[in-house]
Ligand binder design. Structure first.
Ligand SMILES: [Zn+2]
Length: 193
């Protein structure tokens, strides 16, 4: 899935009206697995002056980046954090740990089925096994056009839930903006082609 869908799903599943700390923790947990990529890509292009081509075709698949991705996308690590948080759920930090880890696990659950040739080692450090899915959220050779429709459907379902839950003006304006961005994303291939 694309990053915003992970965040919308996690917020729809776990957020609570009026609990800002919890909601912000869920927001962070849902994005943390993709953080490695967001920090790495600008670093390579701005600091190291690497071209986009070399970055995505060569460096991305080499050990340093693959190891960084493995750390940030490890189901065992987030599961361990969730267990620690659950054990300490009577405390504020325990609850936040739990929500952070659950948001990241929702991200894992929605990435695992849609990564084909770019499959991650989701079970590292326990195993180097990769699930090479027949489906991809971006690769047309792996039914990306269908997967992206499911992506959008999940996003709109989550937006509807969040719309009901959060009535504040800035929340609703943000949801409107996000919904609009998905519509543009859906329409772009038709406009650009
Ligand atoms: Zn991801």
């Amino acid at each position: 899935m694309i990053s915003p869908t992970h965040t919308l799903l996690a917020l729809a599943a776990l957020s609570k009206q009026g609990d800002r700390t919890r909601n912000f923790t869920i927001f962070t947990g849902s994005l943390i697995p993709d953080l490695a990529i967001y920090l790495w890509a600008p670093y390579q292009s701005i600091v190291n002056g690497v071209s986009g081509e070399e970055m995505w075709r060569v460096l991305y698949f080499e050990a340093p980046m693959q190891n960084l991705i493995a750390w940030f996308n490890s189901i065992p690590i987030y599961a361990l954090l969730a267990v620690i948080g659950f054990t300490a759920r009577g405390t504020t930090w325990g609850r936040l740990f739990l929500f952070f880890a659950l948001a990241a696990l929702i991200h894992m659950a929605t990435d695992l089925p849609v990564h084909a040739e770019d499959a991650y080692r989701h079970f590292w450090p326990l195993s180097d096994w990769r699930f090479f899915s027949p489906l991809s959220y971006w690769d047309e050779n792996h039914h990306a056009s269908w997967v992206s429709k499911i992506d959008v459907a999940l996003a709109f379902g989550s937006i509807a839930i969040l719309w009901q839950r959060f009535a504040r003006r800035w929340c609703r304006n943000t949801l409107k903006f996000v919904a609009g961005s998905y519509i543009v994303w859906l329409a772009a291939p038709f406009i650009l082609s």
